[in-house]
Design a protein around this ligand. Structure first.
Ligand SMILES: [Zn+2]
Length: 223
């Protein structure tokens, strides 16, 4: 589904990925679970591209529903992979970058779904930091948005006002909010990251879970 020309939303299993077409090939933001890569490859084929045209994979954070597809996608495409130093270190270990604090039913549901969150270690990540510019939509600026995880990144297409927020923003009740406490490493930083993102004044916000948020400025909380 096209969000704007050259930007496509791919509904993975448990999470959403975004594919950007450019003159130099394809850019993917997050890779879904270990089995979502098949849907990504299908979306690439449906757009008339081949897997080898996937050049860049931008990772918001190392949770299994965002990095599970990295190993199979790089094997088939040789794409370059980028994320923060903290998330890269977690990816190299094949683990999440923080402990989840799930209790009761949530803990049980996560345990049931655990095979979907499994990650193969991946070491060949290029580390990026605040202000770096990555390819896609005329330039994607790296925005450090810690909170959900310690090294969480967002990517901001400053030309078109489109923000890729990963899991740093939750959407419910028609408003954008910080991620739920049970899956958040640091709630104070998560709130600060939300205000930082609001200050960018994005037009459209693309989340790791949930719908695409249009008219985004109307849906941020007041500072
Ligand atoms: Zn996450």
């Amino acid at each position: 589904m096209a969000i704007v020309p050259s930007l496509y939303r791919i509904e993975g299993i448990l999470s959403v990925c975004y594919l950007i077409t450019t003159d130099e090939g394809l850019v993917l933001i997050d890779t879904g679970t270990a089995i979502s890569h098949r849907r990504i490859l299908r979306a690439i084929a449906d757009l008339g591209y081949t897997p080898s045209q996937l050049r860049h994979i931008l990772i918001t954070h190392a949770d299994g529903d965002h990095v599970g597809g990295v190993v199979p996608l790089v094997a088939i495409s040789q794409a370059r992979v980028y994320t923060s130093a903290i998330e890269a270190e977690a990816m190299a270990r094949g683990q999440f970058s923080r402990q989840l604090r799930l209790r009761g039913l949530l803990r049980f549901l996560f345990w049931l779904a655990q095979p979907l969150y499994r990650v193969q270690p991946f070491e060949a990540v290029e580390v990026v930091k605040e202000g770096d510019i990555l390819p896609g939509l005329g330039g994607l600026r790296v925005i450090e948005t810690p909170g959900h995880t310690p090294g969480h990144l967002s990517f901001f297409a400053f030309g078109s006002g489109i923000l890729f927020a990963g899991d740093s923003i939750a959407y419910h009740g028609g408003r954008m909010r910080p991620p739920f406490a049970s899956v958040t490493w640091n709630e104070e930083l998560a709130l600060a990251s939300l205000y930082k993102q609001s200050a960018l004044r994005p037009r459209i916000v693309c989340l790791g879970h949930g719908p695409v948020i249009y008219d985004a400025m109307e849906k941020f909380p007041a500072p």
